[in-house]
Design a protein around this ligand. Structure first.
Ligand code: UDP
Ligand code: MG
Length: 309
């Protein structure tokens, strides 16, 4: 018998948990060779999520839960769940059934051949999602793939099954600011992507506003790329070259046409404003990275457990 750990981050999911568990159980019934192990992570929910999880725990000894002392975010919940999982294979799933459990047997079968170390799922459309949100997401994948060494496949969700070896590699990355899409790509290994059509949430509401996603995307870029820093260097170099040219023009003009250096109030103001703006932009970019370093060196825990069973 092989053990399959199912890691499920939950934040205010009292409506979806009672739907999720039977749906997964139904699929697992078709996989007689695996023993399941559920790790639900209650990410500081303020509804009855924990009560629902306790109910499941009473009912099925394969169900475990970790409850955080407050909301630490999905990335922390993923890390906690992966750390607790003891399975030979580990699958990461959202509780809202947007990750179709029907794909589990197929994912398992692919990993068992030993040819792949992970099976990820990729949605081929974004049905039911706002146009603006989809547009931003698509732009994000374009940008990050252009400026970062890790390759992040567009539309890949966190829904993926991994071997123990790969999960150990993921856990060995102790960074505080966790961007899983980047981490999964960074550790390498061979990943196969299954495609499926987008499914909408069964119940409850998503907590990810466009603003929150945008911030998450910017954070991910800073975590996995130094391109913004190179941009600062590029801006600096270009303005340095331009200023040397400007300086030569001013000196030569002064020598050739006496008295002409009084002219140029407008150009002076423009230059001051432009250079000032560019300087602030570059300081801002550097500041983002310093913020990341600051959080990392403090070595705060990624999550705090209040209860675990
Ligand atoms: N989630 C979490 N912590 C959070 C926000 C979300 O653990 O702070 C969980 C949530 O319960 C769900 C998964 O992450 O299982 C995906 O969240 P959601 O469905 O809201 O996001 P979307 O599917 O829209 O990306
Ligand atoms: Mg969802």
């Amino acid at each position: 018998m092989e053990k399959l750990s199912i890691v499920v981050p939950c934040f205010n999911e009292q409506e979806t948990i009672p739907l999720f568990y039977p749906a997964v159980q139904k699929v697992l019934a078709k996989m007689p060779k695996v023993t399941p192990e559920y790790w639900f992570v209650d990410d500081g929910s303020n509804d009855n999520t924990l009560i629902e999880l306790k109910k499941l725990h009473e009912q099925d000894k394969h169900v475990h839960y970790i409850s955080f002392s407050r909301n630490f975010g999905k990335e922390s919940a993923i890390y906690a769940g992966l750390s607790a999982a003891t399975g030979d294979y580990i699958v990461l799933m959202d509780v809202d059934l947007q990750d179709p459990p029907e794909l589990l047997p197929k994912m398992y079968k692919i990993l068992q051949t030993g040819e792949y170390d992970a099976v990820g799922c990729r949605r081929v459309d974004r049905k039911g999602e706002g146009k603006f949100k989809s547009f931003l997401s698509n732009q994000f994948y374009k940008v990050i793939n252009r400026i970062s060494k890790v390759e992040i496949v567009s539309g890949v969700r966190d829904y993926r099954m991994m071997t123990r070896q790969m999960v150990n590699a993921v856990l060995s990355m102790k960074e505080y600011s966790r961007f899983s899409k980047g981490i999964f790509a960074w550790v390498g290994f061979k990943t196969k992507y299954l495609e499926y059509h987008n499914v909408e949430r069964v119940a409850g509401e998503t907590d990810w506003t466009t603003h929150k996603l945008f911030k998450y995307a910017l954070g991910g870029i800073a975590d996995f790329s130094q391109a913004p820093l190179n941009l600062a260097v590029w801006i600096g170099t270009t303005s340095f070259i331009l200023s040397i040219i400007g300086l030569l023009v001013v000196i030569v003009r002064k020598l050739i046409v006496p008295g002409s250096s009084i002219l140029g109030w407008a150009s002076t103001i423009s230059i001051i404003l432009l250079i000032g703006g560019l300087q602030l932009l570059c300081i801002g970019i550097i500041g983002r990275y310093i913020g990341k370093i600051y959080l990392q060196v403090k070595e705060r825990p990624i999550y705090i457990v209040k209860e675990k069973k």
